[in-house]
Design a protein around this ligand. Sequence first.
Ligand code: CU
Length: 531
Amino acid sequence: MFFGRRRFLKQSVALTGALALAQNVPKAPKALARPPLDPATLTPFVDPLPIPPVARSSGRRTVPGQAALEVPYYRLAMRQFEAKVHRDLKPTRMWGFGANFPGPTLETRSGQGLLVEWANELPGSHFLPIDHGIHGAEADKPQVRAVIHLHGGKVPPGSDGYPENWYAPGQSATYFYPNAQDAATLWYHDHTLGINRLNVYAGLLGLFVIRDSVEDSLHLPSKEYEIPLVICDRMFDKDGQLYYPVSENPRGPWVSEFAGDAFLLNGKLFPYLEVQPRSYRFRVLNGSNSRFLDLKLANGQEFHQIGSDQGLLPAPVPVKDLQLAPAERADVIIDFSGHGGQQIILKSESFEMMQFRVSGEAVPARVSLPASLRSVPRIPEASAIRTRELALVEIDDPVARPVRMLLNNSRWSDPITENPVLNSVEIWNLVNTSDDSHPIHLHLVRFQVLDRRNFERFTYQSRGVLQFTGPLTPPEPNEMGWKDTVQAHAGMVTRIIARFEGYVGRYVWHCHILEHEDNEMMRPYEVVIDK
Ligand SMILES: [Cu+2]
């Protein structure tokens, strides 16, 4: 398993008395205001899995600046509301779209553009702990700010949800999504500078599905047999309210990672889903802040991954154990035929998350999966006009507590260093000097994973020289499709290749561990015209 656990050890080490004293901070971590909920005390599998509603457009409107183009118009309002996440818990205060967490799913087809007015109708104060020492979250800013990004969308820069383009309650922004891209499971979420981890944790996320004729031709399970599955880990107190941890330093509440012990699936804890003994398609999103999911069926059953971040894989990949980093998506087919009358548990690591109840009724003949799905031509390495070496760096204090994370040793506010030319191909070598796996996401583009290779970290950190210590590792079979988020493993160089097509302008690339992203592990980049 690639993703280390050092980060969790590190946090517990930091809480020991001696180390805390050395830092002249209180001995113990801040106690919960209310007692924590132990999810193991809840009766599991008493709530049906909710399916997020599909967003309905309110008419059609002209795309600003394109008088001839009229597209469906949606208005989605961010609001605070209360939701029952479990039968036996009091309603939970959350943020969402309308009164939905996850938000309504936007559904469209490739080439069918749409407009969304993202309205900030949130209250004036935040219910989660803001760290005003973090860049962009200073005390002079409004507490509640939001800006929405379509993750995986090939979108003009003005509609991409640039992290500094946040707005306060009472304001809104209307974005145009051209959707000139392949069928894929995308998702929208908050991207506000400095408080993104808190806004997403509060609930500001939802799915955005693009379909196309290639996908149609495969006759995959559809309608009631196609189920979105948004998985997010959280912590709750005994009153059923969301808890987000703070550090032991009252002046800097930021924590470097979040790992909850409760899993919301489409907004419910331990839901069940009644299924027939046949194939189902699940569009899975890891919407967690930091947690890597390790999905498996408790009966050891194999399933098939047919798609990843940016759409269908070249061919189905059999899996028994599926790792998904934050922000990654997996399109999977689970075949329940032959399991009539059984109850099958979906787990992540040792956590039981959800139950499938397979009915005993007879169903039509088994649907076979196509042997090939979509052609994904490899981008030739020789077509790259530039290779960038980009270090992923964790900055620690003298007692090895993370202070911040950096890309390319630069902060958010430093001058732009990544400026690819429109339509050119580049290779980015993500040199991970830290002990954590970081899911690295580029806005605007889709990319392919070339390979990974271990390197000698000390030599790199002291002399800037890359010395490889192992062979090239090819991408995993389920990384052979188009990606927008890649797991850059600790102590490895992960190479990706992308064509920077679509639009000229300013975008961002960042780690999708939201605690990292908020604390400097995000950089602007700019697609430029060749001079
Ligand atoms: Cu990271």
